[in-house]
Design a protein around this ligand. Structure first.
Ligand code: PDD
Length: 277
């Protein structure tokens, strides 16, 4: 498979980045993950908009225009035509002598690749997954889709080692998001998710679910969700580009609601699958 690196399409094995790259030394970069279904990018302009916001937040100029991005990504995807794929792209502040201060001038490293998007395990859809709650130990700029994901991976790994699929993160007893997902809760037929802000990533999937709920007449709120609210949930869902909507049926070892994927999840999943098609 070919990948894109700094203006060239190369075999993966030939795509090399300097050990002085600030992405490698400092985690100084941002990224996006964009699903492609049957050759069609899923909400590409929203992903490119979020990329722009992430770059602005770290004071890095976008190296490509939206149409240049489209062209690059289109070419990567064309190689695996028809298959569902996940495009990964990242921009770092590039190679420079190691110094915390920004280099001058900056030569950003621009990388993109496309990989097959595996369908979710059937088991997850039939039975749901387990999650655990953890303290949100991350910094206060979680709205930036930064490649510096050390806290996220430590938290996800803790979840895995506890026999769960995701860690739901609490900052001052309030839910922010998952280690790599946004979170929805259902209580008494009403859907809710935490409001946007610097403590969570503004998920493209999250926003779509709010839209679909609006169109489908499903009552929905963006509101503070506490640790206690989580214990009272009829349903809990995780959302992300690569996992769509996953029902959580066990939280910290206790059944969520009926202990099975809930009816509102079933309804939303249908709306989501229709939207995708
Ligand atoms: N992660 N919150 C965090 C911390 C995430 O890493 C992600 C996605 C989301 C969901 O955002 P979206 O719906 O736009 O994918 C929320 C991607 C998939 C990843 O890091 O692989």
């Amino acid at each position: 498979a070919l990948v894109y690196l700094n203006g060239e399409f190369l075999p993966l094995a030939q795509a090399k980045v300097s050990v002085l790259d600030r992405g490698f030394l400092f985690g100084d970069g941002v990224y996006e993950v964009i699903p492609v279904y049957g050759g069609h990018f899923f909400r590409l302009s929203l992903h490119l908009q979020r990329l722009e916001h992430s770059l602005q937040a770290i004071h890095l100029e976008n190296p490509l225009s939206p149409s240049q991005w489209r062209e690059v990504l289109q070419r990567l995807v064309a190689r695996n035509e028809g298959l569902d794929q996940a495009v990964y792209l990242q921009v770092t502040r590039g190679p420079a002598a190691r110094d915390h201060a920004f280099p001058q001038p900056v030569e950003p490293t621009v990388f993109a690749m496309s990989n097959p998007l595996k369908p979710l395990p059937t088991e997850w859809r039939l039975k749901g997954v387990a999650a655990v709650t953890r303290e949100d130990i991350r910094w206060k700029y979680c709205h930036i889709k930064s490649v510096a994901l050390l806290a996220n991976i430590l938290l996800r790994q803790e979840a895995i080692e506890a026999g769960a699929q995701e860690a739901l993160l609490l900052r001052d007893e309030q839910l922010t998001e998952g280690a790599a997902s946004n979170v929805f809760i259902v209580r008494g037929g009403v859907l809710a998710t935490p409001p946007k802000g610097p403590f969570l990533l503004s998920g493209i999937t999250r926003d779509l679910i709010l839209e679909l709920a609006g169109e489908g007449g499903i009552p929905c709120r963006e509101r503070v969700i506490t640790a206690w609210d989580l214990t009272q949930a009829d349903e809990l869902w995780l959302t992300s580009s690569t996992r769509e909507i996953v029902p959580v049926t066990r939280l910290d070892g206790i059944e969520v609601g009926s202990g099975k994927p809930g009816p509102l999840w079933g309804q939303m999943d249908i709306l989501y699958q229709e939207y995708k098609a």
